[in-house]
Ligand binder design. Structure first.
Ligand code: TRP
Length: 449
């Protein structure tokens, strides 16, 4: 390719973009609901351990592959391969990642569309348009299609602008804004009656559950989804990091932000559920478990907001705006992975590539929306439970077994000449070579037997 590749203009730019990809519905919605149904702080504790011990090393493997390859996921993996069969293997793994990313985006933009519709609903209520307000929150094909399309257009707009003027600029704007809304909401919810019981439930671990296989499985899956692994996303973001940057600490910052936001989201959602209970909303199901997933976000919280009167309208708006913004910074990373591949592989302009890829993904979303009960769960399962862990594991195999150790070290040294003597270099190569592949395979096998 003759065109000059994009590059993040600063460390802060990369951190915001990668953290923007990582922080999304998975943190604000997925993490708290998983924690709520898996023993509160016990889940939090194991999540922390797995995020740093397994997800971070795998994350480092992916961004390093990208920075070395200076290209999309497929070409970057190919550059590491040493012979013909390894190159074929590289193409397969890379394409699997990109197809996975496209499938994730196809359902992610539907869910993000719901968030946008719920953001607008309080406005419709204020301007006295009850029919529109009802349409916005009612589950219909028309609402789903319209808002998936709107959300897709936002994502396309940012991606068509490229790395520095699109991804980096918007991540730098949206991420601090998102954090501000999150913190304001937490402060407000913690002042309400009942919140204290929620904080206690969230932060006191039920230690007997720590080694429950299901808890570990869910925590690992959550950590992988949250760090956007196994989809080529972090390979392409890694390829936009300048060679002079210290990639080890950049990766650590992103992991810390991701885990930190998940923790804060728990501090918002779980106390909010107990506040709802104090106001008479049911938060436990018949088996005595906390309600979670869609019931939580679309029933429990809206109930709470309704009971809070006009402040509730503002809270509903802020909460769903938070969800929408978090989804947008994630969806741009999901779209960038296939778009950058099409640009570099077929030598077409970024605009054209963005349009073609988005239309294909939107068509998949349309198929899901019109066959919701059969396809929605299926696409989520294929992309997040099969494709993502397999590709993440194979990326570790590439770094641990195929890529020459000296070449890995040289790549790391570019941004930090002392890395050879660091704790990271003593531990991480073994992690990517043995611990990550074995752990991911074990989890995978356990899930299906
Ligand atoms: N990590 C995001 C979240 O927590 C979602 C996401 C963005 C993602 N890019 C990804 C998930 C790539 C898997 C793969 O919501």
């Amino acid at each position: 390719m003759a065109a000059i590749r994009g590059v993040f203009s600063s460390n802060f730019g990369f951190i915001m973009a990668a953290a923007g990809s990582a922080v999304g519905l998975g943190n604000i919605w997925g993490f708290p609901t998983q924690a709520a149904s898996n023993g509160g702080a016990a889940f939090l504790l194991m999540y922390l351990v797995l995020a740093f011990c397994l997800a971070y090393p795998a994350f480092m493997a992916e961004i390093l592959i990208g920075r070395y390859g200076q290209a999309n996921a497929v070409s970057s993996l190919q550059k590491i391969a040493n012979n013909a069969w390894q190159k074929k293997f590289a193409i397969t793994v890379g394409l699997m990642g990109l197809i996975g990313a496209s499938l994730i985006l196809s359902f992610y933009s539907i869910v993000a569309g719901w968030m946008m519709a719920h953001t607008i609903e309080p406005i419709a209520v204020v301007v006295n348009m009850p029919n529109i307000a009802h349409w916005l929150t009612d589950f219909s094909v028309s609402r789903n299609l319209v808002f998936t399309a709107v959300f897709t257009l936002f994502t396309m707009f940012i991606i068509s602008k490229g790395v520095e003027n699109g991804i980096e600029k918007w991540s730098k704007r949206l991420m601090p804004f998102m954090l501000l809304i999150l913190v304001l909401l937490i402060i407000y919810v913690l002042t309400l009656d009942g919140a204290k019981a929620g904080v206690i439930a969230y932060l006191s671990p039920d230690l007997s559950r720590i080694f429950e296989p299901n808890l570990l499985l869910n925590a690992l899956g959550q950590a992988f989804f949250s760090l956007s692994l196994g989809s080529g996303v972090m390979i392409i973001y890694g390829s936009y990091i300048a060679k002079k940057e210290n990639i080890v600490s950049l990766g650590a910052y992103v992991t810390c932000i991701d885990v930190g936001i998940a923790f804060l989201s728990g501090l918002l959602i779980i106390p909010a559920m107990y506040v709802a209970q104090a106001q008479g909303v049911e938060i436990f199901n018949q088996q005595g478990q906390l309600l979670s997933e869609d019931t939580l976000v679309f029933t429990v919280l809206p109930h709470l907001f309704t009971q809070m009167g006009s402040v509730g309208l503002l809270c509903a708006f802020a909460f769903f705006a938070l969800m929408s913004v978090a989804s947008l910074t994630s969806s741009i990373s999901l779209l960038e992975a296939p778009v950058s591949y099409v640009v570099e592989r077929f030598n077409v302009s970024r605009k054209r590539s963005t349009i073609v890829v988005s239309v294909v993904i939107f068509l998949i979303s349309t198929l899901i929306i019109t066959n919701f009960s059969t396809l929605f769960g299926l696409v989520i399962t294929i992309s997040t439970q099969y494709s993502q862990p397999i590709v993440a594991m194979l990326c570790c195999v590439f770094v641990g077994w195929i890529w020459h150790r000296n070449s890995v070290l040289n790549e790391l040294k570019q941004g930090d000449i002392t890395v050879e003597n660091s704790f990271f270099w003593k531990v991480w190569p073994w992690y990517t070579k043995l611990v990550c592949p074995i752990a991911i395979t074990a989890v995978f096998i356990h899930k299906f037997v």
